[in-house]
Design a binder for this molecule. Structure first.
Ligand code: 5GP
Length: 215
């Protein structure tokens, strides 16, 4: 039981092409209590991406100033660019009892696990981590090729990176072997519901206050 707000930090990682964005979108559409943590990055926006919605697009200098200022819960260099999770938004949302979804890669997820559970973080029990695992390297390659946007060279690099990322699956609380989006979503949703029903996360002496399924 807890005196703390019951908001969760939900980390989802997967190699690129692993269906992670679609899963995250489905989870966000499902739960009105779930908010997306918009990351900062130094990579250029891709077609249609909006500043403040998909990412906060920063220059390398701006990003490094924010590192110095301690603004990030975690940050990592990935594919030649910086990516980082703003700390203040996450903390505000948790304090308001919201669940926060972090779509981040494995180095960043490792830092979040360490920082949140390692002591010194206001909500050490708030974290739930999931790794979305491609069903096989062959299928991942097929998916990357089907997108039709990348050269052979880029696909080879992405596959090598994916292999490195997949080696980290056991650092996560849950692994979902990605299949049809509906199945991935059902599993992600079940994990969140089960985590929210844990006795340790119920408000002290008043578990019934959590009984309405207000996801
Ligand atoms: P993309 O450039 O394709 O949007 O993202 C590349 C990778 O960076 C993805 O695996 C994505 O989950 C990850 N990513 C996005 N935001 C963050 C962040 O704030 N921190 C970390 N560590 N990774 C992130």
């Amino acid at each position: 039981m807890t005196d703390q707000p019951t908001g969760l930090i939900i980390v989802v990682s997967a190699p690129s092409g692993g269906g992670k964005s679609s899963l995250c979108q489905r989870l966000l559409n499902w739960s009105p209590k779930l908010v997306y943590s918009v990351s900062c990055t130094t990579r250029a926006p891709r077609g249609g991406e909006q500043h403040g919605h998909d990412y906060f697009f920063l220059s390398q200098e701006e990003f490094e100033q924010r590192i110095q200022a301690g603004d990030f819960l975690e940050y990592a260099r990935y594919n030649g660019n910086y990516y980082g999770t703003p700390r203040s938004f996450l903390e505000e949302q948790l304090a308001a009892g919201k669940d926060v979804l972090l779509d981040i890669e494995v180095q960043g997820a490792g830092q979040v696990i360490h920082r949140v559970r390692g002591g010194g973080f206001a909500y050490p029990d708030a974290l739930v981590t999931m790794f979305l695992m491609p069903p096989s390297p062959e299928l991942l390659e097929t998916r990357l090729r089907r997108r039709g946007t990348d050269s052979d060279e880029t696909i080879r690099k992405r596959l090598a990176l994916a292999q490195q990322e997949m080696a980290h699956w056991h650092e996560y609380d849950y692994v979902i072997v990605s299949g049809h989006l509906d199945d991935d979503f059902e599993q992600g949703k079940s994990i969140i519901i089960a985590e929210k029903r844990r006795t340790a996360r119920q408000p002290k002496d008043k578990p019934w206050q959590q009984n309405e399924l207000s996801f």
